[in-house]
Design a protein around this ligand. Structure first.
Ligand SMILES: [Fe+2]
Length: 341
């Protein structure tokens, strides 16, 4: 039931429930000036088990007052940050001062709206599928923090949507749940795969099988809540040990179940400075389209926190290799590199 939490402790930040199983919203908290107690309150909302609080998978923060600099500083409180250096090929630089800010907007290097037929627009189409950030890396991500730097006019779309992959596991049909638990499947994740799926004609020559994939178990315990999470999403290329047909049937069954309407929340961006924090080890998300596309700037910037849990590295070697595409020399990969920046 939607309502306000934490009423019994007025010193704590009040959160409004946005979804009965996994989402909440706070307003007018100046995150750059947050005390240690206040930050702990944010963590409690998202991570700590408690008899009276849901452990939220995403937290919408309205009117945060964050800038690029304070966004990065605030994000460091959650852990070590990923950066975009592997993606900056050919000496290119980000269009802002921080390599820790991933560009989730539709803005070109001149500050104009990206053309819909530009390589970067094709690259971005894969983000319209439900996914978890960085599952294609050997070390996965825990939190993502996405901030609105500039928004299109109201009612032109661009919502960010979330899917509750813990509740999806809880409610799976019993046969499927028992099979997952018995088989303990391993998923192979690939950024190439989700890019190709998003724009198959543009990336027709790209063969995901030609590039490294990284391996994470499909069913994992979400440590802060102790619940089982389905670690799936659009970067999941295949499930190891299954035929292509069995793999796709299983992936589509799981994705279909996890994205049923009752497992979905859609968040509208309202003001510049709005921030959404989500836990990639508990939810999936996707970028919503709309009338703004090709017409209005929608400048969103994201920090990404490296997971520090025991399963952060999945079944991968613990080394700092990220699939930056500058190491691949094929024509198809060079086309992908050009589309990223
Ligand atoms: Fe994402």
């Amino acid at each position: 039931m939607p309502g306000f939490l934490n009423r019994e402790s007025p010193s704590q930040i009040e959160a409004k429930e946005l979804h009965p199983t996994f989402g909440a919203e706070i307003s007018d908290v100046q995150l750059a000036e947050l005390s240690d107690e206040g930050f702990q309150n944010i963590l409690d909302l998202m991570a700590k088990a408690s008899s009276s609080f849901v452990q939220y998978g995403f937290l919408v923060c309205r009117n945060t007052g964050l800038t690029d600099a304070t966004h990065v500083d605030f994000s460091r409180r959650f852990g070590d940050l990923d950066d975009i250096r592997p993606y900056m090929t050919g000496g290119r630089k980000p269009r802002y001062d921080y390599y820790e800010l991933f560009d989730a907007g539709n803005v070109d290097e001149h500050g104009s709206v990206l053309a819909l037929d530009s390589p970067r627009s094709h690259y971005g189409k894969g983000n319209g599928f439900f996914h978890v950030d960085s599952s294609f890396n050997p070390r996965r991500a825990s939190y993502s923090l996405l901030r609105a730097a500039k928004l299109p006019p109201p009612n032109t779309g661009g919502n960010t949507q979330f899917a509750d992959s813990r509740t999806a596991f809880d409610t799976l049909p019993d046969e499927l749940k028992q099979r997952l638990l018995a088989k303990d499947y391993v998923g192979a994740h690939s950024l190439h795969s989700s890019r190709k799926r998003g724009s198959p004609d543009f990336f027709a020559d790209l063969r995901p099988e030609d590039y490294p994939m990284h391996r994470h178990r499909i069913c994992q315990t979400h440590e802060p809540s102790g619940r089982t999470n389905l670690y799936i999403g659009a970067h999941l290329h295949h499930i190891e040990g299954l035929s292509d047909l069995e793999s796709w049937q299983t992936i589509w069954s799981l994705m279909g179940w996890a994205t049923r309407p009752e497992n979905i929340a859609s968040v509208e961006w309202k003001s510049e400075g709005d921030l959404i924090i989500w836990d990639n080890t508990a939810v999936m998300h996707r970028a919503g389209g709309g009338a703004f596309e090709g017409k209005y700037v929608r400048d969103l910037r994201r920090t990404t926190v490296h997971d520090a849990s025991p399963t952060a590295w999945g079944l991968n070697e613990k080394k700092d290799t990220r699939p930056g595409f500058n190491s691949f020399e094929t024509p198809a990969s060079k086309k992908l590199q050009a589309a990223m920046t």
